[in-house]
Design a protein. Sequence first.
Length: 277
Amino acid sequence: MIIDAHQHVWDLDRSPYRWLGPHVPQWNRTFTFEELKPQLVRNGVDATVLVQSDDHDGDTDLMLEVADRHPEVAAIVAYVPLDQPGVAAERLAQLRKDPRVVGIRNLIHDLPDPDWILRPDVGEGLGVLEQADVTFDYVAVLPRHLEHVPTLSERHPELRIVIDHLAKPPIGDAEREPWWSLIATAAENPRVYAKVSGLYPETWTRDSLQPFLDRALEVFGPERLMYGGDWPISTAAGGYDRVFKGLSDALSHLSDSDREHIYSATARRFYRINGQA
């Protein structure tokens, strides 16, 4: 079984999507699950995790409707406003009536303050997730974001965190620091996982990916890594097929057991898909 633990849909009529616009023409349209599905079938992907694309309830409601139509959607990472803990608690209680809602994400990387995640009100919001035993997808794109993972681990020791896109390693750059060291420090907490997703600048190659994948395997182990196709963002990196093949080639040296963790078992365990602990 293969689970794509990170993919999106969005509908420009359902949510503001303020990060979209003419400056990103490759993504500035509606993307539906119907468009994605043939690509999943072609690559043998059995199930997906839908992940929020906007800090807005309309985006979450869209994902729930898509999941109703497509049984391939095994889990949903939704949105609640972490900086409004009271509102977050109420909305989360409502969402959790649907067992497919397993986690929460906010578009932290779009906020001007790289220390937003450490604000006291946001900490209360993370406490809501921790108390409800709901996972947190952490979008870390700056070194400063990654620096905060040990602090989050200390403040919220029971919170299960997954770092999206391996915190955007500097693929193609000559200098690997500070990512190289920071990702190892983040991985010291066994409740912190990472997604092998969204790693693809337009000029990526397998050789440029390999050292960063190897570093992730070294510090997390395959038991805390999960595959994510990051469609439709991946359309700018050659599309679903190219990204899937590139990652498969880069992981081909692993044992069947290790690949099973990355392609399925880690996501099932982290998100407790089908009740798995």
